[in-house]
Design a protein around this ligand. Structure first.
Ligand SMILES: CC(C)(COP(=O)(O)OP(=O)(O)OC[C@H]1O[C@@H](n2cnc3c(N)ncnc32)[C@H](O)[C@@H]1OP(=O)(O)O)[C@@H](O)C(=O)NCCC(=O)NCCS
Length: 335
């Protein structure tokens, strides 16, 4: 059995910075409220005048990751692409990226696990490498939230939190014993699916039905989030996923060199940091600058932490996520 390790990382965020104060042109909110509740200062939102889309951003991040892995597009055997905001209802965005990168006709798998998308994708890619089926897999997370958020006071509870961006990792066969991905754990609890969801348009609520109803009070085509309910579950599930990952490898919390939590809310990350008694330099957060970029958030944070020299050879890196579904999980890596 082989193991897998991350050999290349990259990210791309749109240039357009939207500060908390900028949001007040559309809704009643304040920099103070947003920072106090979430830690977010600004986020990137695609400027519609640019070429950026979910797939385009994913392809931009992927090019960087492939180059940093010392590979070319022709070395990639498979694509795993995570998003909740694809350019098209179908097909999924993985095939768009295969085309944009002018890759051979390799397989492209789309993953629909929202904020846990990167954890799920990494785990899937790890299994393909472990069995020897593939050698180099491109794992991408990308989101264009801004186009679908409700820019009004009615939507402010959700809108202020989310940002656009993409991250990519190349996962490669690892020959060194004890290195690379040590474990991944994945969970879901579908009874809470509607607590954080976008209900329509869907096959339960097709577009003609929405148009015909023409109901100004219909918010089903905007994301809905029961914020406090999500928060309460997040802090519990994040902790469980981290403990599960550590226990599976016979490790303790003191062994963690770097924890990269999904960037859902700085208060959630701070709660986890306190619970695991981790020093400030052992948890990486960038939600202040990007908001919640869902499937892209962990890869962007991981890339930045790595670029800043905060992840070194042999470090124990723990990735953990929780989100819509509910889904959650962790990946433990010996770098
Ligand atoms: C969304 C979240 C920041 C909201 O914070 P909260 O303290 O729970 O706030 P509430 O939703 O209870 O709203 C409190 C008040 O602030 C108001 N409010 C909501 N959004 C606001 C905003 N952007 N600006 C100003 N006021 C706002 C509400 O209308 C409410 O007013 P009321 O008391 O007069 O009715 C918080 O619940 C959260 O972070 N939840 C987890 C979200 C998450 O992690 N999501 C992603 C998972 S992957």
């Amino acid at each position: 059995m082989y193991s897998s390790k991350i050999t290349g990382l990259g990210y791309y965020v749109p240039e357009n910075v939207v500060t908390n104060n900028d949001l007040t042109q559309w809704m009643e909110t304040s920099d103070e409220w947003i920072q106090e509740r979430t830690g977010i200062k600004e986020r990137r939102w695609i400027d519609p005048k640019t070429e950026d889309t979910t797939a385009v951003m994913g392809a931009k991040a992927a090019r960087i990751a492939i180059e940093r892995a010392g590979l070319t597009k022709d070395d990639i055997d498979f694509i795993v692409f995570a998003t909740l905001s694809p350019d098209m209802y179908f097909p999924g965005g993985g095939v768009q990226i295969q085309d944009m990168l002018d890759m051979p006709t390799i397989g492209a798998l789309d993953v629909r696990n929202q904020c846990s998308g990167f954890i799920y994708s990494l785990s899937v890619a790890d299994q393909f490498i472990k069995t020897g089926m593939y050698k180099n897999i491109l794992v991408i997370g990308s989101e264009n939230h801004s186009g679908g958020l409700e820019r009004s006071t009615r939507g402010r509870g959700v809108t202020v939190i989310f940002g656009d961006g993409a991250g990519a990792a190349v996962l490669s066969r690892c020959e060194e014993e004890g290195k690379g991905i040590l474990s991944s754990h994945l969970h879901s609890e579908g009874k809470h699916a509607e607590e954080l969801a976008l209900m329509g348009p869907s096959t339960n609520r097709w577009v003609p039905e929405i148009i015909e109803a023409n109901d100004p009070d219909d918010t089903s085509y905007f994301p809905h989030m029961n914020g406090q309910f999500v928060f309460k579950h997040a802090v519990v599930r994040f902790s469980e996923a981290i403990i599960e990952g550590l226990q599976a490898n016979g490790l303790q919390k003191d062994d963690i060199d770097m924890l990269i939590p999904h960037q859902a809310n700085l208060r959630i990350a701070q709660f986890i940091q306190k619970k695991f008694e981790l020093a400030n330099d052992k948890v990486y957060n960038n939600i202040m600058r990007y908001g919640n970029t869902t499937a892209a958030s962990i890869i962007i944070a991981l890339t930045e932490a790595w670029e800043e020299g905060k992840i070194k050879d042999n470090d124990l890196v723990v990735l953990a996520a929780f989100g819509s579904g509910f889904t959650w999980g962790s990946v433990v890596i010996r770098w």
